[in-house]
Design a protein around this ligand. Sequence first.
Ligand code: TUI
Length: 314
Amino acid sequence: MKTRICELLNIDYPILQGGMAWVATAELAAAVSEAGGLGIIGAGNMPADLLRAEIEKARKLTSRTFGVNLMLLSPYIDDVIEVVIDSRVPVVTTGAGNPGKYLDALKQVGTKVIPVVPSVALARRLERLGVDALIAEGHEAGGHIGETTTLALVPQVVDAVDIPVIAAGGIADARGVAAAFALGAEGVQIGTRFICAAECVAHENYKEAVVKAGDRDTVVTGRTFGHPVRCLRNRLTRQITTMETNGAKPEEIEQLGVGRLRQAVVDGDIAEGSVMAGQSSGLVHQIQPAAEIVRELVEGLPKVIERISQFAAN
Ligand code: TUI
């Protein structure tokens, strides 16, 4: 499982853990890094001082490489970037926007920058600006998403750029990893399955909801006002969908959503909180240690490849 991503990031396996706001704390990131993947702290809407503490906590828990995901819509983004630079975080992934204006400052201190892209156009633009790799994230993913599916997006991004591409969205087991490699990706980013890692601090109700969810239990809200977000269907998503159907003002809906992710992840309110999760929820069957998840992905891969190679033999 050695690819350019392992070398770039100094990790054993090209498996990145999604930098999920509230969910991906130092505990989860350290556990994934200790297992040989890349753990990532999700900065989400965290104020800068909290992120600094989280980075320090991760450093106490692991001596291996870990990253921070910057959510570019954060009101604290400028201060958070300063913390990441000041702390010399080795790897930064970005989401929910174009990180172009922050690249020079990050590169100057040697931070590897790996933006999430939902399109070929943004992938091309960011390669030209000198990013180290890209995460092509498909519509199957949880949280804030693009329109194109992983199966269609990944090979198109791979064809458009020369830097390594990491596939994300809908991947939760070794079959997904093999599929990502088949599409030309050199790594995978997995979010939903790592919500159900034992080390993840998300409320048990949240984890159980993901474990119980089936293939049709996620829904996308916010499409009508250009902010599509995938969550497990619940009272909150039904309320938002009704408001969207009735033409409610985007600001009114955004207002309703404030604090809802925290409500689900921290308080365990899975009825009225925002239970962000991907379509791969139906592939997640248990809560288990992060190292076991990584091991299943790594050890399962040869079996998948052996099985498909039978079809290729003539
Ligand atoms: O960022 C994500 N997923 C997220 S962020 C998030 S935080 C949040 N969101 C809503 C309510 C409360 C909290 C939850 N999930 N994934 C990476 C991702 N990035 N998906 C899509 C994009 C993206 C979209 C547009 C990246 C770049 C982009 O560029 C537009 C442009 O400016 O060119």
